[in-house]
Design a protein. Sequence first.
Length: 166
Amino acid sequence: MNNNDITNWFADNGLSSEVQSEFAPPSGHWHLNVGSFPVRIQTQESANRMRIVAYIAEAEKMDIEDFACMMEANSHSALDARYAIDSGYIVSLFLHPFKELDATQFMLGFYQVISCAESFGTDYTGGTLIYGSTSGNAASNGGSAPSMEQGADSFLQALTAKILSQ
């Protein structure tokens, strides 16, 4: 994947008007809101890295129980997305080598970031697949997300709907 592929992905899915982009080659930056979450996509082609970050809440408002659930979710239920703290904010994020990333992986990573943001404080999940223990609040999201078996098209439709529903 490269910066043009991300721009084209938004255009191909009718989302170009929802996205603000900035380029200073070899870096790319896209900004949009998905529901109440500001989302930033950053790439660095020369370093072969990309990340998708959703800002959830101010970290100073987080209690120890939320922190513990976030850390457990990173191991069991956040899937390829992760919870972290960035510049004083609780975030969900997806990191990946950029050149090796394909459009389906990009979309699934994006979906998982949004699912983690939406489920913070409740299920702490990137989707419907969960590994290992789910003690505490890190539990199944009750089927509100497409299942992994439904395939990429279901995730794309759900993600597109989330972006457009503002």
